[in-house]
Design a protein around this ligand. Structure first.
Ligand code: AMP
Ligand code: MG
Length: 344
């Protein structure tokens, strides 16, 4: 059976959002927009409803979900305490693309947190997400909208084939604003540990006078048996079936030269590059990533979903500097390339 569908691109019909909120109350699952990527949401306090998300995505049960809230009252109901540093992060970045890990209360079901004593929480700024949570009057547990392992959904056209019929309701708000998932942080001994980079950057957090630690797993490969602070980091994610290599140099010309070398050696290559670099590549197979970090962050998941249709031997992807939003982009790209990375 097809999922119920509401097009909110031109008109944000509140009745449709209310209807979807009723679905959440009834224990059903709803695909909805946030400012980062689309999510598949369920009542975060209903273990059975949350199980439907894991089934729809084929998600490993040891990979916890982020709980989305619309008020500080909701936060107080879910967590044991809010530390001073967490409070500072909330005051500066909520509502917005920042997930904070807290010690959870008993009311949070085990499957939401994958058995952990902590829970990841975020207050989205997207108006539809906010209304959905408010109308349901419930916290909504929601991972990214995609079959596990695939790139996260940033527009409905990309994910309709894999998720239609698997979720109960689809709220379509067109293209998301940011395009990569939220920054995930955990405060340990007064330091803000970045478990997953996103639009709220290391620099944004440091600007508040806070000390930041970037977890090494962000750019390195982790062993599947290793204990990691952020369970999502262990899994194969974002990688197309076609082999991909990420190439980066601080010197733009060197990077372009290296990519042209790959084209010459392999022949059948698709390049994903910045708009201003595309005419420098000696191949007809090119995809435009955009020019700014904001463009690239918006476009990468859609582009990664396209590459398999090219029927080529190798995809070469231009890297960016691991600064600001660039760290989040490189974290996603290095995983899409399964750590095939050349830095010159
Ligand atoms: P997704 O919902 O697909 O964006 O993935 C959410 C990610 O947030 C998970 O894969 C984890 O890496 C991270 N996360 C969620 N809850 C926790 C938690 N309690 N502790 C550490 N990381 C978490
Ligand atoms: Mg995900």
């Amino acid at each position: 059976m097809k999922s119920k569908y509401a097009d909110l691109k031109l008109n944000q019909d509140l009745n449709k959002i209310k209807e979807a909120a009723m679905y959440i109350k009834e224990g059903k699952i709803v695909l909805f927009p946030t400012e980062t990527v689309y999510g598949i949401g369920a009542n975060a306090l209903d273990e059975k409803a949350v199980n439907k998300i894991f089934e729809a995505k084929g998600r490993a049960s040891d990979n916890p979900l982020i709980v989305h809230i619309a008020s500080i009252d909701m936060l107080n109901n879910l967590v044991k305490e809010i530390g001073k540093i967490e409070e500072k992060l909330i005051n500066n970045f909520w509502p917005g693309p920042l997930t904070i890990i807290f010690n959870r209360k008993e009311c949070v079901p085990n499957n939401v947190t994958a058995g952990l004593e902590t829970v990841g929480i975020r207050m989205p700024s997207n108006k539809i997400a906010k209304k959905l949570i408010e109308f349901a009057n419930l916290p909504i547990a929601a991972p990214s909208a995609n079959i596990s392992g695939k790139p996260s959904g940033t527009k409905i056209e990309d994910i309709i084939d894999e998720l239609d019929g698997k979720v109960d309701y689809i709220l379509d708000n067109g293209m998301v604003d940011i395009g990569v998932e939220s920054t995930v942080v955990r405060v340990i001994e007064n330091k803000v540990h970045i478990l997953r980079p996103g639009k709220i950057t290391v620099e944004d957090i440091e600007r508040l006078g806070l000390e930041v630690v970037i977890e090494k797993q962000i750019m390195e490969e982790c062993n599947p048996n290793e204990r990691v602070m952020s369970p999502g980091m262990k899994y194969r994610h974002y990688a197309p079936n076609t082999k991909c290599i990420l190439v980066y140099s601080e010197d733009e010309n060197k990077m372009i030269e290296e990519i042209n070398k790959q084209i010459e050696n392999i022949g059948n290559v698709l390049v994903l590059g910045k708009t201003s670099h595309l005419d420098k590549y000696n191949t007809n197979n090119k995809l435009d990533m955009g020019e700014s970090l904001e463009d690239i962050s918006k476009n990468i998941f859609t582009l990664l979903r396209k590459v398999d249709s090219y029927n080529i031997k190798l995809v070469v992807i231009e890297g960016v500097k691991k600064e600001g939003l660039g760290l989040a982009i490189m974290n996603r790209l290095i995983r899409a390339c399964e750590h095939n990375y050349i830095e010159i």
